[in-house]
Ligand binder design. Structure first.
Ligand code: FES
Ligand SMILES: [Fe+2]
Length: 440
């Protein structure tokens, strides 16, 4: 396995490539990173009534997320306590109970074991069903209809974990009086790359956009204003929430060329902008609408109306689960325009999405090389040019063409994968903030 001390100072922006390919490190990630972080589970709109459920994953662990009769949401490991079969094999639906298809143990909506076949004949009435419930996700947080789960009792509360990221997250999810909804159905696809390439890119990387997406921009519009997009001299900022595990990206809104979402959407947006301004302020509405990652693997892209989880599947593969988000109260033709715009740009066959996946999977192929795995990467753009609480933006930011959020992402990852306690991480964060290089 790679030398863990070697990744302690990763925030200097020198990244050993073995972190993307080492199988033993990956097992540590599952336990120390994903096992101690808040992970996205589901959105309110996916669980409309009591008994509504979705099956998802917390990293590689399958979980069922279920609306309870009292309206609350619970989640438990989708693993039968008898021999470990997946309790529920449906992706989503409505249930009164969940019955295992192997020998028939049945669980209620909260995951408690309620029926065992042959309880008298086979178990002689001696099985204590209360002891054999499905394993519950002990902590669930609801942030504006977005449910996150955490296995660890020592991880900070979700609001604390989110920190300054709440300002940026809410600018996307809290724009509308009626809230958001996810368009029914999940787009899923597999990319042969390490999960950190995708998470980091959505946290931090505007740098690839004018190059990697140049042909897609040309396909969308012949307007020369979009041929280097966003312009390198753009006044955008990038946010790096290194406090409690978020990374992000921020830039002033750039008008996306009309063909992306079309006039139905653009006109509706113009007619309803006062609602957004009232909720989150005009400046924030215009400026905070780009891509972000809530550490470790929940990302979104405002302009393209996509949210997704990068489920890790071994060190060299991810399963992308993506949703289109729409304002819940928008008319159907507007929701449809957004859905179609998202399909054209950031769906499995979207013109931008395929650019990203191609780069990530090609990097992963290069990393098959023994020598290629030993040559460190440069993640240093903008190092030492960070600022705090400037331009009305909370937290640490930098020019949008920077890798500050990437360094925050890797530092948080390094702290967690090395097994540092959250108390120790908090101490280190305070010290790092005090030692931060500040431009004169
Ligand atoms: S594995 Fe589920 S009932 Fe046997
Ligand atoms: Fe991209």
């Amino acid at each position: 396995m790679i030398d863990l001390d070697g990744i302690a100072g990763i925030r200097d922006g020198i990244v050993p490539p073995a972190i993307y390919s080492d199988p033993e490190l990956y097992q540590l990630e599952l336990e120390n990173v994903f096992g101690r972080s808040w992970l996205f589970l589901a959105h309110d709109s996916q669980l409309p009534k009591p008994g509504s459920f979705v099956q998802t994953y917390m990293a590689e662990d399958p979980v069922l997320v279920v609306r309870q009769r009292d309206g609350s949401v619970k989640a438990f490991l989708n693993q039968c306590r008898h021999r470990g079969m997946r309790i529920c094999r449906a992706d989503a639906g409505t249930a009164k109970t969940f019955t295992c298809s192997y020998h028939g143990w049945a669980y209620d909506l909260g995951g408690d074991l309620i029926n065992v076949p042959a309880e008298d004949a086979g178990y002689h009435g001696e099985i204590d069903k209360a002891r054999w419930s499905a394993h519950k996700v002990p902590r669930i947080a609801n942030h504006k209809g977005f449910y996150f789960g955490c296995w660890s009792e020592s991880t900070p509360e979700f609001a604390d974990y989110l920190g300054d990221m709440a300002f940026y997250f809410d600018a996307v999810v809290d724009r509308w009086d009626g809230g958001l909804e996810l368009v029914p159905g999940t787009s899923r696809w597999v990319i042969d790359c390490n999960w950190k390439f995708a998470s980091e890119q959505f946290a931090s990387d505007m740098y690839h956009a004018p190059i990697a997406h140049a042909s897609a921009m040309l396909a969308l519009t012949e307007d020369p204003a979009f041929q280097v997009f966003p312009p390198y001299e753009a006044p955008g900022r990038q946010f790096a929430g290194d406090g409690h595990g978020s990374g992000g990206n921020w830039l002033p809104v750039f008008p996306i060329p009309e063909p992306t979402f079309g006039p139905v959407y653009t006109e509706w947006l113009a007619a309803n902008k006062e609602e957004v301004f009232r909720r989150i302020g005009a400046e924030r509405a215009h400026k905070v609408w780009a891509h972000n990652t809530i550490f470790p693997n929940f990302s979104w892209l405002g302009q393209a109306a996509t949210m997704r989880v990068w489920h890790p599947r071994g060190p060299g593969q991810i399963e992308v689960w993506a949703w289109t988000f729409v304002p819940r109260d928008a008319p159907d033709e507007v929701k449809d325009a957004i859905r179609q715009g998202n399909q054209r740009t950031f769906s499995p066959a979207g013109v931008f999405e395929t650019d990203d996946g191609e780069n990530w999977s090609e990097i992963q192929r290069v990393l098959r090389g023994w020598k290629a795995r030993s040559v460190p990467f440069n993640v240093q753009m903008g190092l030492g040019h960070e600022e705090r609480d400037v331009h009305g933006l909370p937290g640490k930011t930098n020019h949008v063409y920077a890798e500050t959020a990437a360094r925050g992402f890797y530092q948080r990852w390094s702290d967690l994968v090395r097994g540092l306690s959250w108390e120790r991480i908090r101490e280190l964060d305070e010290r790092r903030e005090a030692e931060e290089v500040r431009p004169a």
